[in-house]
Write a protein that binds this ligand. Sequence first.
Ligand code: CA
Length: 339
Amino acid sequence: MVFTSLDFDAPGKQQGFLQVPYSHNLGGWANVLVPVTVVQNGAGPTVLVLGGNHGDEYQGQIAAMKLAREVTTEQVRGRLILIPSLNFPAAQAATRLSPLDGMNLNRAFPGDPEGPVSSQIAHYLTTVLFPLSDVVIDIHSGGRSMEFVPCSHMHLVPDRAQRAAMFSAMLAWNTEFSFIYADIAGSGLLPVEAENQGKLVVTTELGGGEGVSAKVHRVAQQGLRNVLIHVGLLQGTEETRAGLGLPPTIITQALNRDDYLLAPESGIFEIMVDLGTLVRAGDLVGAIHHLERPDRAPEPVVARSDGFLITMRVPCLTRQGDCVAVIARQVSADEVLHA
Ligand code: CA
């Protein structure tokens, strides 16, 4: 069972850990210690900020660590719970999946209190931290496998009031692109569990994994602060893209399987259009080159829908079935809110 010495109701700023039981060959009564910061100051929303759900995604981990160090109790109205590296063993190992149990934490929900470490972390969020929270912010990027146009994103949740609140908060990240996505790769996602509990859920895909530019780090850190102001947790004036002299965000969505292009065979993937480019159905997006038969023509990867290239595979060496590109069509705010 996950234990913490933190008191989530105590006023002021606390630093502590979630302690997750985990035995290994040289540690009989060991725990995995997941760092947590809690800041509580009177009336206001409870906001849970999560980085490192996937261990190889650093933008959110850094943004949450910096905020945890910098934020003062006086700046907060309500309660802020920050977990910079949620899948802590994966963050230590620079991997997407936990090296302790091989699990994808973002497929482990609602979790299991008697399961492996990832299942226990998921269960603690499901049963303790989500019920405490009004807002859940889960900061992702493409990790080592994908590079995204830096965007905030969301599911089309069925509840219209929840959807509208999530839409406003998504826009408050002030990214150039906003992205409505579907779960084509399994169930058990962290945001879905939080959505099912009625929370205002804000998620992102801020670029990629190993190479993160200063610009993308700024988008992560400024966006997080602005969203926290937007939901009434942090003191300050909310910024808008218009106020910053930027064009409106391009709202895109990929809800159909056809929008998610998988490698038809293994080989070396070559992307042929730049991220953020508008393509048409039938356009060549990339190709898979044959390692063993370089004399054979490469296998084409063709867009099956119109839209922007919102993400692409990063490692060129590709296995059959890997997602190599996602095409997201532009939609209006009205379409998102009323579809
Ligand atoms: Ca991710």
